[in-house]
Write a protein that binds this ligand. Structure first.
Ligand code: FPP
Length: 263
């Protein structure tokens, strides 16, 4: 039995209507879980629906997975909601994706408060449409005092640009005479990344990608250096409690050595 035992209340399983537990004592739980939520478009296509219907359903999955991650004892859940490359999608789809955070926070902030979840973001939120940016800022402010799970949205995020920006900041500090070249190492660079506020939790322990695609797509390339990966064919809108448990079960079996030999 782990310290998590007994903390969880029975939840209705979404798959068979039977009550079920997410008993974290059965798993090794990643402290930082990151998710590439892929397959919304294909989910919609299979149902002869417009692509945006998949994104709407995908938003519901974010709510479900936030609760599951919180129950399991995950400390940081980073979700890839909008990449810097996503701006080149059809205008209507981009517009819809930009409205999603507004809808999401309008409907979900009370539950986030109940669950002691704090909202954070990585990525350039200054260049989001005004209403989207405001919804995000409000959600962050409303949940700022919560000290439970951090629900971290990667919004207008691109990993290579993040590294370039960090390199520029280090260069500026050198030009200002604050930093010597010998002082630059992985930790100094990490201190200028947008995940620096997460401290020891900045690097994901586990990255899940749904929909059968197996690549990083510019998501946390620096921070993922020693992450474990879990790929599933399940499309993001269909990702349910059983799939979450399967990912945790796979992670539980991983032997993380960080390049070392086991003693
Ligand atoms: C990838 O699927 C998904 C996205 C680019 C958007 C992800 C956004 C959500 C799941 C909703 C986020 C919720 C909030 C609250 C902001 P895709 O469209 O590339 O799917 P496809 O590969 O099947 O076409």
């Amino acid at each position: 039995m782990s310290i998590f035992s007994g903390l969880f209340t029975p939840k209705k399983s979404e798959q068979n209507g039977q009550p079920s537990y997410l008993d974290a004592s059965e798993y090794k739980v990643p402290k930082h879980l990151a998710i590439i939520m892929d397959g919304n478009g294909r989910w919609a296509k299979k149902r002869h629906l417009p692509r945006v219907a998949g994104h709407k359903e995908g938003m519901e999955t974010v709510k479900r997975v936030t609760k599951l991650a919180n129950q399991a004892g995950v400390k940081v859940l980073t979700v890839y909601a909008f990449s810097t490359e996503n701006w080149s999608r059809p205008e209507d789809e981009v517009k819809f994706l930009m409205k999603l955070p507004v809808t999401f926070f309008d409907t979900f902030v009370p539950e986030l408060l109940e669950q002691n979840v704090r909202v954070e973001t990585i990525g350039d939120i200054d260049h989001l449409p005004a209403a989207t940016r405001q919804a995000v800022l409000d959600a962050k402010a409303d949940t700022a005092k919560n000290d439970g799970l951090i629900l971290n949205f990667a919004l207008n995020y691109g990993g290579q640009q993040e590294i370039v920006d960090a390199a520029k900041k280090l260069g500026q500090r050198m030009l200002d005479g604050e930093l010597a070249i010998e002082q630059i190492d992985a930790d100094t660079l990490a201190s200028e990344l947008t995940t620096a506020f997460l401290g020891d939790l900045a690097n994901p322990d586990l990255i899940i990608r749904t929909s059968g695609e197996e690549r990083l797509s510019n998501f946390l390339p620096f921070q993922a250096a020693y992450s474990e990966f879990y790929f599933t064919d399940v499309l993001w809108p269909d990702f349910a409690e059983g799939d979450f448990k399967a990912a945790l079960a796979a992670y539980t079996k991983r032997d993380r050595r960080f390049g070392k030999v086991k003693a």
